[in-house]
Design a protein around this ligand. Structure first.
Ligand code: PMV
Length: 360
């Protein structure tokens, strides 16, 4: 599969206006994507759990314009016009125009809402960009093209989402998604995310993810800056090798249901991501003191209770607490008794792995 496969040759219908709505979830990586080449091509493959409750719902209304001179769109978050979202969407439109040649022919009204608080420190780019890409694909579907192949819709939607925000391409399907070419994963691609095709043990069914909001502030380092820090990073090549190996290893872990090995791999990935940032130039510490308090509490609890709870991190201070469904009650009790004190305003979000995006 190459990029050119997503360039439509001709549309068969002409439509003046309409609207589509999609709801798309966030995702949390187990093996992390950190470092990219040109055109949002990842330096290493990654795999994530698709979430169920942390979602963005986006409605795109479109109407034909008189002239096709430039992009024309308005963006609303919770019914409020958001001028500051426009540059990111303009960049996105520029990147994808060759794949959706109708973009300059229409005016778009983009209305979006998140189920999670906007300033929670939970990135809305994965859910937001995937929901927008799906809406645009629904519009293209109306136009009709003769270029369809199997999985055209979902692959191209993921392909477009990737060009908006890399990890967004893992937010369309559930419940585990791989992005990035890997020798042991059939169908995997650098261009789009694919549903994890291998066997998954029942231990991972309805896996729980409680997100502890340690720091709800603006991201200290944007992911664009973060990915760039991997260029010329002294440990970059070893890191990319390690991610490839971790992806190979997680295949048997997921198949056997080996929770101890899962914990070791997932926590090591989280700390490695942060280690990459601490050892780049310039360097950053994205954890806060409370992030470390929580990690230590989780380790202590695991030791004394025999629980299979573990943590992972994104490029920020918030902690994702992951645990099997059969521990849902006990771990939530532990969180409420011992971890909530370290959350900003005591805030946390309970989620569970889910099935992916849906048309509304
Ligand atoms: O999608 P981006 O460019 O915002 O990168 C996000 C990367 C991490 O969230 C830190 C890791 C991942 O694989 O999701």
């Amino acid at each position: 599969m190459v990029e050119e496969h997503f360039i439509p040759k001709k549309y068969t219908n002409s439509i003046d206006n309409g609207s589509f709505t999609w709801s798309s979830p966030s995702n949390i990586a187990l093996v992390k994507y950190w470092g990219k080449k040109e055109h949002q091509i990842p330096e290493n493959p990654s795999i994530s759990f698709t979430l169920n409750h942390c979602k963005t719902t986006t409605k795109v209304s479109f109407s034909k314009k008189e002239d096709a001179s430039g992009f024309s769109f308005d963006v609303f978050l919770d019914n409020e016009e958001k001028g500051d979202f426009k540059p990111k969407i303009e960049t996105f439109f520029k990147r994808i125009e060759v794949y959706l040649p109708f973009l300059k022919d229409y005016h778009f009204k983009i209305e979006t809402t998140n189920t999670f608080p906007h300033s929670s420190g939970i990135a809305s780019s994965a859910s937001g960009m995937s929901a927008l890409a799906l809406c645009l694909m629904s519009i293209e579907e109306e136009f009709g093209t003769e270029d369809y192949f199997d999985d055209y819709f979902i692959q191209k939607a993921s392909f477009l989402a990737r060009l908006g925000s890399g990890s967004a391409c893992r937010s369309l399907e559930g419940d585990l998604v791989v992005w990035g070419k890997h020798k042991d994963i059939e169908g995997s691609s650098d261009l789009f995310g694919v549903k994890y095709p291998c066997q998954v043990h029942s231990n991972f069914k309805n896996y729980q993810d409680t997100i502890l909001l340690v720091d709800k502030g603006e991201k200290q380092v944007s992911s664009t800056v973060g990915h760039n820090l991997m260029h010329g990073h002294p440990f970059a090549q070893e890191r990319f090798k390690q991610a490839n190996k971790n992806l190979s290893d997680i295949i048997s872990i997921l198949k056997e249901g080996d929770l101890d090995a899962f914990i070791a791999l997932v926590e090591s990935e989280a700390l490695t991501l942060h280690a990459m940032m601490m050892t780049s130039m310039p360097y950053f510490i994205l954890m806060k003191p409370n992030t470390l308090e929580i990690i230590n509490k989780i380790w202590e609890y695991r030791k004394t209770s025999g629980s299979k709870v573990c943590f992972t991190l994104d490029a920020g201070a918030n902690v994702h607490v992951l645990y099997p469904e059969n521990e849902a009650t006990s771990v939530l009790e532990f969180i409420q008794n011992e971890l909530v004190a370290y959350c900003q305003n005591g805030q946390y979000i309970c989620d569970v792995i889910g099935l992916g995006a849906s048309k509304v």
